[in-house]
Write a protein that binds this ligand. Structure first.
Ligand code: SF4
Ligand code: SF4
Length: 621
């Protein structure tokens, strides 16, 4: 059965689901009325799975950013219906203002916040541990260890949220989000509720200190209630062993593999809840053992609690973790990490899982060398090529002009061959950072580069701020119509995705911000693009260039033209001789070295964007 059947009522057949898909199914089974969020890998594929499904009977949509998504979800919850809001860990930073406030006000319909952490930063950004947010907001947080648990916990989280009257967080990590297993489905609840909302500013506003303090007290009580309702999610297994393990989330699976391989039977406490921690169970475990290993990725949050509780046990207990032990604060765990800890405790008799040489060879053979650069035919390649050319034509060296970068595909402009973007902080920061550089007194031009999705997400306030201040920066908005980096999600300005929705025009927003020096240009028209950039960067006032061309991947999906460009070998002087070689200057993945040392264009991937034709001064393309 395919993912499009995720809403099936046939629950007799288990389905192969990733952690993300299992959570999506859990929300369906819980009778959710709204699923919304902002794309951010690894969380993206929950909403993607729902969007691929047919006739789910509830609303599923991408929001403009995580804070807005959470607020929309809150409105649904306050009106008595159920909602799920999804985001990656960086998105939780964006949503946190709303999240903390709503946590204090509480919920009516079940409100579940799914956040995906990314230990080892497989997808970039800060390697943060979102469990801190649960503690900060006194928010209940569940940490499933498998796709089956992801489904079961999600379904139950809605009931729990309604029982305690607070949002419930579910945290999974990249490995679990992407791991698949055969999952047993449950029945889909049909929830028909009449939406309603009462006037009650003591709950739904922050109406003075007394109300705020009361909200805080109520939040703490709700958290305690959540702890007693979810005791079964933290199973404690006591054996004859004087060694114990505490696991959180997916680390449970690594421990299981390691102990089964070595036929060990330690005591275990499997934490399915990250907040509140089951302190009595931890104390019971400590009272039965001499050594405890805490397996949790990133911060030593459980470990610190264990260290504090150790003082309440009447005999010494050695705690092995990050504070006193070999486990790392960075990166993710795996079976090898757990085996290394077992070595410390049990000595050399510990076995490692065997990986056959043949399998290792097959894995090595699958590795593909690839530049970390724009896709074949990407319009951003044209923009950054033109930008570098412009800076040179204006008489500056590259290191004399600061170009701030932003989140999304556009940041690939920091890599070879362009090495244009100097910075990457967070969504929308390129514009405000550029303003700051100017405030500091940087005399040379400062240029901000930002993609369309990022501009809508968080760039608009920065644009208004820069315009209001009259700061002379140049802002290049690279508009390819899609949130492309996360897999082509549409946004409020996606033109080929109109359906019944209003398309928001970037140019109109920029002009409404009072900026008059605004130009729209197709970056593939290099001869037109460079003078426009020169004029904008030389301007004595704030200027905006909207570099607009649809993401080639999306365009090609619709058109499937199959047209490509060719190199004429008799004209190509050779990649080693050519002083401005297309391969080096553009880094297009479709340009390769032929056996004769000349450029060769792969006809199966070239999208005929024409950029190499422009670059070649020998007329060879
Ligand atoms: S035309 Fe040239 S630059 Fe454009 S996709 Fe084809 S090979 Fe790459
Ligand atoms: S730019 Fe032209 S001459 Fe130079 S390597 Fe490419 S195809 Fe050959």
């Amino acid at each position: 059965m395919a993912v499009k059947d995720i809403g099936t009522h046939d629950i007799n057949k288990p389905l192969l689901f990733s952690g993300n898909q299992a959570m999506a199914r859990g929300a369906i089974e819980a009778g959710v009325a709204l699923v919304t969020g902002y794309p951010g890998t690894p969380s993206t594929y929950l909403i993607e799975a729902l969007l691929k499904a047919s006739d789910l009977g509830f609303r599923v949509e991408w929001s403009i950013n995580e804070k807005v998504a959470f607020e929309v979800g809150t409105g649904v919850s306050w009106a008595g219906l159920r909602s799920l809001v999804t985001m990656k860990m960086s998105g939780l930073n964006v949503a946190s203002d709303a999240f903390l406030s709503v946590q204090y006000s509480g919920t009516n319909g079940g409100l579940v916040l799914y956040v995906a952490d990314d230990p080892n930063t497989y997808y970039g950004m800060v390697e943060q541990d979102s469990r801190h947010y649960a503690r900060l907001a006194a928010a209940p947080m569940m940490t499933p260890s498998s796709p089956q648990e992801a489904l079961d916990y999600t379904r139950r989280a809605f009931d729990l949220s309604e029982q305690i009257g607070r949002p419930v967080m579910i945290l999974i990590t990249t490995m679990l989000a992407n791991t698949s297993e055969s999952v047993t489905l449950g029945k889909i609840k049909s929830i028909k509720r009449k939406p309603s909302f009462e006037f009650n500013i003591a709950r739904y506003a922050k109406a003075g200190p007394a109300a705020c303090v009361q909200q805080h007290k109520d939040t703490l009580s709700a958290l305690e209630q959540f702890g007693s309702l979810t005791d079964d999610l933290n199973p404690l297994t006591l054996t004859e062993s004087r060694i114990g393990f505490i696991t959180q989330g997916i680390t449970w699976n690594y421990l299981q593999e390691a102990v089964h391989l070595n036929n060990l039977k330690p005591c275990t406490l499997k934490l399915g809840v990250a907040n509140p921690l089951p302190k009595e169970k931890i104390k019971t475990l400590l009272s039965k053992i001499d050594t405890v290993v805490v397996l949790e990725e990133l911060e030593p949050i459980v470990e610190e609690t264990v260290l504090a509780l150790r003082a309440e046990v009447d005999h010494p207990v050695k705690v092995i973790g990050k504070t006193h032990g070999p486990l790392s604060l960075t990166g993710d765990y795996n079976v090898d990490v757990v085996i290394s800890v077992l070595h410390e405790i049990y000595g050399d008799k510990i076995l490692r899982p065997e990986v056959s040489d043949d399998l290792s060879r097959q894995v090595q053979a699958l590795k593909v060398k690839r530049l970390n650069t724009f896709c074949t035919g990407c319009p951003h390649r044209a923009t950054f090529y033109a930008l570098n050319q412009t800076i040179e034509k204006l008489g500056y060296k590259k290191e004399e002009v600061i170009i701030t970068g932003d989140i999304g595909c556009t940041i690939l402009g920091m890599n070879e061959p362009f090495q244009a973007c100097w910075t990457e902080i967070c969504m929308g920061s390129s514009i405000s950072l550029a303003q700051g550089f100017k405030y500091a007194g940087i005399k040379n031009p400062v240029i901000a580069t930002i993609g369309d999705g990022t501009f809508f997400h968080s760039g608009i306030p920065a644009l208004l701020n820069a315009s209001h201040s009259g700061t002379n920066v140049t802002i290049i908005i690279l508009d390819n119509y899609w949130a492309a980096m996360t897999g082509m999600q549409p946004h409020v300005g996606t033109k080929p995705y109109s359906e019944d929705k209003r398309i928001i025009m970037i140019e109109e927003i920029v002009r409404a911000a009072g900026i008059e020096n605004v130009r729209r240009v197709n970056p593939y028209q290099i001869k037109r693009m460079i003078p426009i950039l020169m004029e904008a960067i030389s301007s004595k006032e704030i200027s905006v260039v909207i570099s607009e061309a649809e993401c080639t991947i999306q365009k090609e999906r619709r058109r499937k033209t199959g047209v490509s460009l060719k190199v004429r070998p008799e004209k190509c002087v050779g990649l080693d001789v050519c002083e401005h070689s297309c391969m080096k200057v553009l880094g297009c993945p479709s340009i390769d070295r032929g056996e004769d040392g000349k450029a060769f264009i792969d006809p199966t991937t070239c999208t005929a964007c024409g950029l190499c034709h422009h670059v070649c001064s020998y007329g060879a393309v």
